[in-house]
Each structure stands twice: as structure tokens, then as C-alpha cells.
Ligand binder design. Structure first.
Ligand SMILES: [Zn+2]
Ligand SMILES: [Zn+2]
Length: 320
């Protein structure tokens, strides 16, 4: 039984690349940490970097905008959102298929640009024989895909794509069976509406809940999300802001925070919270700080069951 979650894009709003300054900063910090040590080989140095250096020195939290694959180990592909992470995801699909046409099941939380911008660069869309089924609850999904791929904004019109592209409407709060998965969408508070998806397979559950603001003072709302996250093995959660920002200057911006993620997952008795949709203005050290803050808060407020807390980055793979 395979059920792997592979993060191809984890940044919110717009892709972010490391700058030359960032690289020099990471190198300088690594050299300070390693001063006095000697390494006889690349492997020794690599092992030291992998095990002893701080995460924010050796990694970077997502450059690409949202794209999260659910790998069921079968012949079909399953992916949430087609942000700029859809480009490397497409490269992976083509390499994996070695010329066999693919079937790709897409689940769209909503059609804000950061969630669709990768599709014009999604290689399999240009391969004859490919089937792409785009699932979602909005009635504007096809319109949004066509709009971003039309003149004068993009040179290849949507109608010129070689793949067979179907749009499938899902009903909120109803379990839908799509290939090897059961998926239940749930309406979220966000400009133009967004939907979270709860995926279930062989007794394991993964919730993908991004671009979603929570007003914890609204009891009915909190309880509806606690029910949606109930006992989930993994909750991928919109933690764009720090709590102080989320409830002050950025209230009503349609996003949530690391701390609210911990609180909702604790209410739901979920097992693993994965912070996601990182704010583009935050550097790696800031994001690592938000992760540590969420972990500290979880320890202080822990009930009978511990909640594991991670922060997503491009390239991360997890098993629920
Ligand atoms: Zn977004
Ligand atoms: Zn959005």
C-alpha cells in the first residue's frame, strides 16, 4: 500500500527564488558552524550538513506556489492545485511515464493565480493521449484555465493543448470516489471561496486545506473544521501569517496562521500538522522561527495526544 504526499510547491501568492545574498548567507553560517572541523571527503561534509546544521542553513522553504501530489503507487496521478510547482511535477510525470500517456487527476482549491499559474508549463498537457481531469467545486474553473492561456497573455492557446482535458464538478461535504481515493470537499473562508479536500484511502486520511481564514471566536465555524480535520493523519494547512498578523493587520485577508493550525488540529485530534502556503516576504530563518513557535505552542497546550508539526518545503515527501 502506497500513500505518499510529495510537495512540489509550498509558497503562497507568488514564487520566490533564493538570491545570491541568501546563498552567501547560508554558506557563511555553515562555515561558522563548522569552524575547527575537518572533513576528509565530500560524503563526510554532506553527512555533517545533513545531520548537524540548522534546517534554515541547509534547506529552503518552497520557492514554487502550491502543487501537492498524492502518490498512490498506481498508474494514475493525483495532485492538489497547479501553482508553479506543476512545472517540476510535470517533468516528474513525463520521466516516470517514459512516453506512455498519463492520466492526471487534479483537485483545485480555487483559481487564484498562484494556484493555476503552473498549468501552461505542465508538460503532460502538451502530450497527445494524456488525460487531465480537473476536479473542483467552483463553476469558473474552466473559464480561469482558458483565460490565463489566451492572447495577449500567453502564446499557446488553451485549445491548442494536445491532452484531453475534462472539468469535473464535485459536491461540497459529500464523499466522491475518484480513482483510488475518496475525496470530500469543504467550503472555506477566502475571497471568491476556496475548498479544502479531505482524502481517504485504506484507513489513512490527508486533509489539504489552503487559502482559508479561520475565526476561532466563531464556535460553529471552528467545530465544522474540527469535524473536517477529525482524526486526520495529516493536515496540510494555510499558515501564511504569524498569529499576531493574522488577527490584526491581516485580518480578513483570507489566510490563517501557525498557531490557529495547532489549535484546530488539537480540537480535531489530528496527528500531523504541515504548515503550508508560506508568505513570500518571509525568509527561511523566519519560517523556521514560525515552525519552532508552533511546536512550542503545541507542547504547552498538549492534551492526551501529541501533535506532530512540520513545515512544508519543495521536495518534502511524507507518509500519512
Ligand atoms: Zn494562494
Ligand atoms: Zn487564494
Amino acid at each position: 500500500m502506497t500513500f505518499r504526499v510529495r510537495f512540489w510547491g509550498t509558497r503562497g501568492s507568488i514564487p520566490v527564488a533564493l538570491t545570491a545574498f541568501d546563498i552567501r548567507d547560508k554558506l557563511a553560517r555553515a562555515l561558522v558552524e563548522a569552524s575547527g572541523r575537518t572533513f576528509d571527503s565530500y560524503e563526510q561534509a554532506h553527512a555533517y550538513a545533513s545531520t548537524e546544521l540548522d534546517f534554515s542553513i541547509t534547506h529552503t522553504f518552497g520557492g514554487h506556489t502550491p502543487c501537492v501530489e498524492l502518490d498512490l503507487g498506481g498508474p494514475e496521478y493525483y495532485v492538489c492545485d497547479l501553482g508553479s510547482g506543476a512545472r517540476p511535477f510535470g517533468v516528474h510525470v513525463l520521466a516516470n511515464q517514459s512516453r506512455r500517456p498519463a492520466v492526471v487527476n487534479v483537485f483545485m482549491s480555487h483559481v487564484h493565480w498562484d494556484h493555476i499559474m503552473g498549468f501552461p508549463f505542465f508538460g503532460p498537457a502538451y502530450v497527445p493521449g494524456t488525460t487531465i481531469r480537473v476536479h473542483g467545486c467552483h463553476d469558473v474553473i474552466e473559464q480561469a484555465f482558458r483565460l490565463q492561456q489566451s492572447a495577449p497573455c500567453f502564446p499557446v492557446d488553451f485549445d491548442q493543448l494536445a491532452a484531453k482535458i475534462e472539468f469535473v464538478r464535485l459536491e461540497p461535504d459529500k464523499p466522491n470516489v475518484v480513482g483510488g481515493l475518496t475525496v470530500t470537499p469543504h467550503l472555506q473562508l477566502h475571497s471568491g471561496d476556496s475548498y479544502g479536500f479531505r482524502f481517504e484511502k485504506d484507513g489513512k486520511s490527508v486533509v489539504y486545506s489552503t487559502d482559508s481564514e479561520h475565526k476561532l471566536e466563531n464556535r460553529a465555524e471552528s467545530e465544522s473544521f474540527a469535524a473536517f480535520f477529525r482524526d486526520a493523519d495529516m493536515v496540510i494547512f494555510d499558515a501564511m501569517y504569524a498569529l499576531a498578523e493574522a488577527i490584526s493587520v491581516k485580518a480578513d485577508w483570507g489566510h490563517s496562521s501557525n498557531i490557529v493550525g495547532v489549535e484546530l488540529c488539537q480540537m480535531a485530534r489530528a496527528k500531523h500538522l504541515v504548515l503550508f502556503h508560506h508568505e513570500p516576504a518571509n525568509d527561511d530563518a523566519t519560517l523556521e522561527g514560525l515552525l519552532k513557535e508552533a511546536r512550542r505552542f503545541e507542547e504547552l497546550t498538549r492534551g492526551e495526544q501529541a501533535l506532530k508539526v512540520s513545515a512544508a518545503y519543495d521536495g518534502l515527501e511524507l507518509e500519512p
